[in-house]
Design a protein around this ligand. Structure first.
Ligand SMILES: [Zn+2]
Length: 113
């Protein structure tokens, strides 16, 4: 594991402790691009309702700063999740409440630097 990934995992540990989600969170940094439906992207988040666990995947193909931005973005999706999302198993994308969580996670990370 390189130093960038170690630094990102340190943020993950702090986020899980200080801004806990409704369910446990598994975050992995992967070598490949991530396919979501018909598109390729560099990060994805989903909830497995059977396992009652959130999953985040972030591609290692981008720079450290891009991966940190992806972590903030995806973690905000998890914090924005509510039981209203149970039927779709996917949080609503980029709602106004997601924006509030994004700013909270961003400010939290800035304080930890
Ligand atoms: Zn998003």
């Amino acid at each position: 594991m390189n130093d960038d990934i170690k630094r990102l995992h340190a943020y993950v540990r702090i986020l899980k402790k200080e801004l806990p989600a409704a369910y446990p969170v598994s975050i992995n940094f992967v070598s490949k691009k991530i396919s979501v439906k018909d598109d390729d992207c560099f990060a994805a988040t989903w909830l497995d309702l059977k396992k009652k666990k959130f999953f985040i995947q972030i591609s290692k193909s981008k720079c450290y700063r891009c991966m940190l931005d992806s972590l903030i973005h995806e973690y905000a999706h998890i914090l924005d999740w509510s039981h209203l999302h149970d039927k779709s198993e996917e949080p609503e994308y980029h709602s106004s409440t997601w924006g509030v969580w994004y700013s909270k996670v961003y400010r939290f990370i800035c304080r930890e630097k």
